[in-house]
Design a protein around this ligand. Sequence first.
Ligand SMILES: *[C@@H]1O[C@H](CO)[C@@H](O)[C@H](O)[C@H]1NC(C)=O
Ligand SMILES: *[C@@H]1O[C@H](CO)[C@@H](O)[C@H](O)[C@H]1NC(C)=O
Ligand SMILES: *[C@@H]1O[C@H](CO)[C@@H](O)[C@H](O)[C@H]1NC(C)=O
Length: 613
Amino acid sequence: MVSLNKSFLYGIGFASITWTISLYLYWQLNKTNSLGFSPTYSSIQDVSKSNLVFDAPPDKTVSRSGNYVNSPQLIKQLQSIRRSKLLNKHEKGLDELGMVKTVEDQRIRDEGFKLHAFNVLISNKLSLHRELPDTRNKLCKDIIYPTHLPVASVIICFYNEHFHTLLRTIHSIIDRTPKEFLAEIILVDDYSDLPNLGFNLTNFLNSNYELKQKVKLFKTQRREGLIRARMFGAQKANGKVLIFLDSHVEVNVDWIQPLLARVYNNRSNVAIPIIDIINADTFAYTPSPLVRGGFNWGLHFKWENLPTGTLSKPIDFINPIKSPTMAGGLFAIDRDYFMEIGQYDAGMDIWGGENLEISFRIWMCGGRLDIIPCSRVGHVFRRRRPYGDPDGKDTMLRNSLRVANVWMDAYKDYFIKERPDANNVNYGDVSERLQLRKRLKCYDFNWYIKNVYPELTLPTDSDVRLKNKWSALERDKFQPWHTRKRNYVDHYQIRLSNTSYCAQSTKDSKSKGSTLFLKPCMRSKNQIWYETDKGELVLQQLLCLQSGPTFPYLFKCHEMGGNQEWKHKGEDKTPIYNMAAGTCLGVDRIHLGTKLRMQLCTNPSLNMWDLVR
Ligand SMILES: *[C@@H]1O[C@H](CO)[C@@H](O)[C@H](O)[C@H]1NC(C)=O
Ligand SMILES: *[C@@H]1O[C@H](CO)[C@@H](O)[C@H](O)[C@H]1NC(C)=O
Ligand SMILES: *[C@@H]1O[C@H](CO)[C@@H](O)[C@H](O)[C@H]1NC(C)=O
């Protein structure tokens, strides 16, 4: 009975995860802008009102702008790096690490997704010292930085972080930061309640001399939220520069020097690394394109293409790139400057809005904010935030109201129009922040828009002005991604070995969500799967096969790998393995009309397939 209950609960976990995935994809794929332009990057990347997708990565498709990630040679090179260099020699391939081999594996994986929204089965098995592909532009390697850069305190706040992933964050910093630049790593445990997390962490830090020297662990007395936890960490810091990082990141080669050099150059410079993508399903590390931070009138952060002409010479790919806002998780700032400009708004709760607040404040009060392309830090992009406010309040809305009322002058009306529900929300007392703004003699929001973010579209813009603003941002130089030609490398029927049954969609092959069943093999179109160079299986070149928690089904191709990435041996009697699910395509019995499901890859007669060409 107990076990029945348990599996029922896991089922719910599964269902809600799938839902968020589909929502994420649906939302990514269906959004168009009001002008009817083909969806460009900025239109698809608006962070939606739901915080399920708060952390959407900069879309890889934008790599099409700016030649950088996009040059075919580089992609090729990265793919080969990805295969050969991503892992320590002693490790197996990432795909194998993700393989669910036992019921216990499945439990760890499911529970991990519920708690952390990423694949802890893989994270647990990955080395704490794994190598990463060096995703920097080649020119970065020629830069010589001053030897007497200021030292940094790295501040990492966390709440119920996955233990192994947090350790990898810490080790990546220790392993890839020259000792002379690292004063300390300050860990702020924001009142986590996972049993033994603190105990495990203390044990771990005490087990190693270097960690014991460099890492300081603090715990707050109650749940403070990201914003106050960071202020708490900053108070404890001794370094001249503060570098805030998330707790599920891995820093890349020579990541710290470019940030420190930028802050050293002028203490009012705030520096942001490029945030590379660690896939939450597979932990594969891939580079992000050069994009910058913007926002919309719902006060949601969004990634956005660079202004046209920003990248015209090779040197532009390594020079600082002005950014109107920051995503918030990762940045470097002079410690005294951070204090002078008012740290954070301590009246904000848990999470949300603080990144726009500090971005506006930096620009409006005499500083500047730039993305530093030669500094790269990988970040696990989750599809949803696995925790919220303890009381279930919408802290994002309340915090955004504080931002609007302190910094946005008359422009706050645009926010209120976008979020009429904000009218009934009590956002607390902001008088101190208003005084701060006065004391620092900050520019007004109109100045910010004119000088920092002229490309921002206003609700009052005429069609002509809107079109001009759109054209001021680089467009995808290639075809829009959803119509881009896929690169097919093979096609075949998928036949259950030793039978004459093939995988066919239950509805017609244009139906999203259609599951698969066993049908007599026929050379009919709805049994022909086209394999792409990304490991996708596209039925009739229309929809991609996607793994679900229990059943695989057809869905729009999203080109993000993971649940649409399939591996096989390329010959008869092969399992067909899904990268995100860690399980294989199979059936529970050999019978006409049996539905295909996701299964442990262990039962040869029920999950071996022939690829019939
Ligand atoms: C603490 O460590 C034990 C033993 O390694 C492990 O089983 C447990 O999951 C850890 N707990 C947390 C919260 O990381
Ligand atoms: C530092 O940057 C600020 C703002 O960008 C600028 O006003 C100031 O002149 C700079 N200071 C120096 C020493 O370059
Ligand atoms: C298929 O049939 C052959 C010969 O009958 C047998 O040796 C083999 O084990 C079968 N394979 C599977 C996957 O059932």
